[in-house]
Design a protein. Structure first.
Length: 369
């Protein structure tokens, strides 16, 4: 008898370091071969380097006409990564068991080298390559709640208002999970007692102006919105306190863009991103910060609608490590204004439109090299 054996789709199987998963094996007869009617045969798999058959690993046979069932594993040579299992094979015999495929459970080692690795599947003298793509797990947990500003509450009714072609939220009660406030200058911070954004910051409707970039690492979700860090001539801020692990590494990422309604167009806009330990009102130690100035130099007479989809989004990444004994940090985004955070100077927002802020994430990160 002559077999055709092959790894089934998808090719290759993608598995992360430390992940348990399955890959399929297809088994056929060469054309014009006699059917096989229930013959007990042994299949062998040589797993790639960095991949193992775990102690609780399983092998299944799946056929359209029968219930999926577990197969008998004969042995697994861990040193050579050789797995052998048997099955009562039906091929081209018209039985319900014919036309199925095998599923082999494997686990990628935690320290496996990333990349495409090769093994082998075989039965008798027939052999075929086995391909597994090993990847490094990406942090998916976002410790920031409502980082896309999709959750908010209206004080009454519901609505957005048009401001020169841009839709602004009106009559907001809160931007879910974010506290808002104003930097008043000379080192003084004031958090809104009611939680209402009021004129401290603005929420802009992302569906109408976003034109967000493609983020393959952390894709944007539908209906994400945008915060303008200035309200009505205020040095506004938003902040959120999150739980972290002491001594661990994190990455704060976010998108910034210039405000297309800002006038005069030559005026700078400001944004400072901070991760604070301790009481932010008392200016606890800052773990990471970025004082950022961006200009928009377009033509002032250009209609606002012509600029709606060109905020010049840029992704920013800030990495930090929490000190020992610290299990909470506060993330704060603020407009320091023209004077910055000089404790001797009054706040000056330098206009009533500020930097645009979107898609905020705080995720565990690998240690710095």
């Amino acid at each position: 008898m002559a077999f055709i054996i092959a790894q089934g789709l998808p090719l290759p199987v993608n598995l992360q370091q430390g992940e348990y998963g399955f890959f399929p094996i297809d088994l056929l007869l060469t054309p014009h071969s006699e059917p096989i009617k229930g013959e007990k045969l042994v299949l062998a798999v040589t797993l790639p380097e960095g991949v193992t058959f775990p102690d609780d690993g399983k092998v299944f046979y799946n056929a359209p006409g029968v219930v999926r069932h577990e197969l008998h594993v004969l042995d697994y040579d861990k040193a050579n990564r050789l797995l052998r299992f048997e099955n009562t094979v039906h091929l081209d015999d018209g039985s319900p068991e014919a036309g199925g495929f095998y599923s082999v459970g494997v686990r990628v080692l935690d320290d496996a080298r990333p990349g495409l690795v090769w093994g082998q599947v075989e039965i008798g003298t027939s052999k075929a390559p086995l391909r597994i793509q090993i990847t490094v797990p990406q942090p998916t947990e976002n410790l920031i709640v409502n980082g896309g500003f999709v959750h908010y509450e209206w004080k009454s009714g519901e609505g957005w208002y048009d401001n020169k072609g841009t839709e602004y939220a009106k009559d907001l009660r809160q931007i879910g999970s974010w506290k808002v406030g104003q930097y008043e200058g000379k080192g003084a911070w004031h958090t809104s007692e009611t939680g209402e954004p009021g004129t401290l910051v603005d929420l802009l409707k992302g569906d109408t102006i976003g034109n967000f970039p493609q983020d393959t690492e952390y894709p944007f979700v539908p209906h994400e919105n945008i915060v303008d860090i200035d309200g009505a001539k205020t040095c506004g801020f938003i902040k959120q306190t999150v739980t972290v692990s002491p001594g661990s590494w994190y990455e704060l990422s976010f998108y910034t863009g210039y405000h297309f309604l800002r006038t005069p167009v030559s005026a700078p806009t400001y944004l400072r991103a901070e991760v604070l330990v301790g009481d932010p009102a008392a200016e606890g130690p800052t773990l990471v910060w970025d004082d950022y100035v961006q200009y928009y130099t377009g033509q002032q007479e250009t209609p606002a609608k012509a600029k709606l989809n060109a905020p010049g989004w840029r992704k920013r990444r800030l990495r930090f490590r929490t000190p020992a004994g610290v299990d909470q940090v506060t993330v704060r985004f603020a407009n320091p204004g023209r004077a910055g955070f000089d404790h001797e100077l009054s706040a000056d927002p330098d206009g009533d439109t500020g930097m645009l802020l979107a898609h905020i994430r705080l995720s565990p990160a690998p240690p710095a090299p």
